[in-house]
Design a protein around this ligand. Structure first.
Ligand code: PMP
Length: 432
C-alpha cells in the first residue's frame, strides 16, 4: 500500500519530483483523502463542504457511477476497433439530449482534446484557419488551445495573441463597455463583425467562433440575452462555424436547460464536453452535425486509443442515468435559485458584494472596494476564501481581477447545504 505522508512531506516531494508549475489551493494546503456527495474529508476525518468541484458532478464517488466503472473494468476494457454495445448506447443517449442536427459523436479523454479535435473539424469543414474567441476565455492546455485561450496567452508566461486568432471583449454587463440593459447582449454580439474583418485584413478567413456557454475563467459570467444569436449570425455570414464549449457547464448544471447554450436560444454547429461527463473519470466529447462530420472524412482516420472505451462509456451512461433519476437538473434549478436569492439578500447588507450572478448551480459573487465605482477587491476575495476554509467550506476565486467568488458545487448540492454556505458567508463577510 502507499505510505501515508504528512502534508509537509508531500509538499516537499511534489516540489522535488513533480511538474514545477503545479499550484495548490490555500495558504495551508489541505490533504483530502475521501469524498462523498458534496463532502470532502481530510486525513483527520474533518468534513469540508465542496463548493467548487464541477467535475464530480453527481456527487463525489457516486455509488452508481463507481459500480458501473468497476463492473466494466472487471469485464473488458479495449479500444473502439471491436464492436461494443456501450459506445453506441452512449452516442444514442447523449445525442437524445441535444437539438436534432447535433447527432455525430466523437469521444475523447479530456476537454482539451475535445476542443482540439473540434478545431480540426471546423477547419476541415470551412477550409479556413482563423478563430474568434472571447477575451479571458479558457479552452484547454494543448498548444493549439493555449492559442485560443486569452486567459493563458495574455496571462503570466503567455506569448500574446497569434495571427490566426481574433479576440472579442467579454460580454460582461457589470464591467464591460455595454452595461445592464436589454440591448447589451446584442451590442456585445455586434463586436464579432469587426473581429472577423480584422482577421480578414490579415488574410485569414474565419473557421470558427469558440465561446463558453457560461464563462468560467472569465469570472462566472452569464452571457447576456441576445448575445449568441447576434454573434452566431455574424460568424455564419462569414462562413465560420459556431462552437459551444460546455466543458464546465453542461449536463444540467444550468438548471433551466440541460445545455447552457439553450438559454441563448441558439443551436451551435459543434458542442464540446468534458469535466462532468464522467464524474471525475477522464472523458470528453465532441458532438457535431452530419455535414461537418462528413467534411472530416479525408481518408485519415481519427483514432484515439482511450476515447470511447467500454469503461468510459459505462461511466458516462451511469452519469446520465443518475442525472435523470435523481432529477439533478431540476435540483440545480431549484437550489440555484434559492442560493441566488440568499446571496442577493446578503448583498443588501454587505457593500463589498458588487455583483451576484449565475444560472442554476453556476454562480459568481464579485467583490468590490467601492460599490459605485466597482473597484475590484482581490484582497477581500482571497481573505474570504481562506476564512471560509477555516469554517470548512471550500471556495475559490476567479476572473480577470481574481475578485470573483467561484461557486459551482456538485449538482446534488441541497437547500440545507446552501443554507450552511449562506450562514457561513454572512459571518465571514461580517468579520473580514
Ligand atoms: N474548456 C473549458 C471551458 C474549461 O473550463 C476547461 C478546463 N478548465 C477546458 C476546456 C479544458 O478541459 P481539460 O482540463 O479537461 O482538458
Amino acid at each position: 500500500s502507499v505510505p501515508q505522508r504528512s502534508n509537509d512531506e508531500i509538499l516537499k516531494l511534489r516540489r522535488q519530483w513533480l511538474n514545477p508549475t503545479l499550484s495548490v489551493s490555500y495558504r495551508e494546503p489541505l490533504k483530502i483523502v475521501r469524498g462523498e456527495g458534496v463532502w470532502l474529508y481530510d486525513q483527520h476525518g474533518q468534513a469540508y463542504l465542496d463548493m467548487v468541484n464541477n467535475v464530480c458532478h453527481v456527487g463525489h464517488c457516486h455509488p452508481r457511477v463507481v459500480e458501473a466503472g468497476q463492473t466494466q473494468m472487471a469485464r473488458l476494457n479495449t479500444n473502439t476497433r471491436y464492436l461494443h454495445d456501450n459506445i453506441v448506447e452512449y452516442a444514442l443517449r447523449l445525442t437524445a439530449t441535444l437539438p436534432v442536427p447535433l447527432s455525430v459523436v466523437f469521444l475523447t479523454n479530456s476537454g482539451t482534446e475535445a476542443n482540439d479535435l473540434a478545431l480540426r473539424l471546423a477547419r476541415a469543414h470551412t477550409k479556413a484557419r482563423g478563430v474568434i474567441v472571447v477575451d479571458h476565455a479558457y479552452h484547454g492546455h494543448s498548444p493549439s488551445m493555449i492559442e485560443l485561450s486569452p486567459y493563458k496567452f495574455n496571462g503570466k508566461g503567455g506569448e500574446g495573441p497569434s495571427a490566426h486568432v481574433g479576440v472579442v471583449a467579454m460580454p460582461d454587463t457589470y464591467r464591460g463597455v455595454f452595461r445592464e440593459g436589454p440591448e447589451a447582449g446584442r451590442q456585445f454580439g455586434q463586436l464579432l463583425q469587426p473581429a472577423i474583418a480584422d482577421l480578414h485584413a490579415r488574410e485569414m478567413a474565419t473557421a470558427a467562433f469558440y465561446c463558453e456557454s457560461l464563462m468560467g475563467c472569465g469570472g462566472q459570467l452569464v452571457l447576456p440575452d441576445g448575445y449568441l444569436p447576434e454573434a452566431y449570425e455574424a460568424v455564419r455570414a462569414a462562413g465560420g462555424v459556431c462552437l459551444a464549449d460546455e466543458v464546465q457547464v453542461g449536463f444540467g448544471r444550468a438548471g433551466e436547460h440541460f445545455w447552457a447554450f439553450e438559454g441563448q436560444y441558439v443551436v451551435p454547429d459543434i458542442v464540446t464536453m468534458g469535466k462532468p461527463i464522467g464524474n471525475g473519470h477522464p472523458m470528453g466529447a465532441v458532438v457535431t452535425t452530419p455535414e461537418i462530420a462528413s467534411s472530416f472524412v479525408t481518408g485519415m482516420e481519427y483514432f484515439n486509443t482511450f476515447g470511447g472505451n467500454p469503461v468510459s462509456c459505462a461511466i458516462g451512461l451511469a452519469v446520465l442515468d443518475v442525472i435523470a433519476e435523481e432529477q439533478l437538473q431540476e435540483n440545480a434549478r431549484r437550489v440555484g435559485a434559492f442560493l441566488m436569492d440568499g446571496l442577493r439578500n446578503l448583498q443588501r447588507r454587505h457593500d463589498c458584494m458588487g455583483d451576484v450572478r449565475g444560472q442554476g448551480l453556476f454562480v459568481g459573487v464579485e467583490l468590490v472596494r467601492d460599490h459605485d465605482a466597482r473597484v475590484p477587491d482581490q484582497a477581500t476575495a482571497s481573505a474570504v476564501v481562506e476564512a471560509m476554509k477555516a469554517r470548512h467550506v471550500l471556495l475559490s476565486t476567479e476572473g480577470p481581477d481574481d475578485n470573483v467568488l467561484k461557486i459551482k458545487p456538485p449538482i446534488v448540492f441541497s437547500q440545507a447545504n446552501a443554507e450552511q454556505f449562506l450562514d457561513t458567508l454572512d459571518q465571514v463577510l461580517t468579520s473580514v
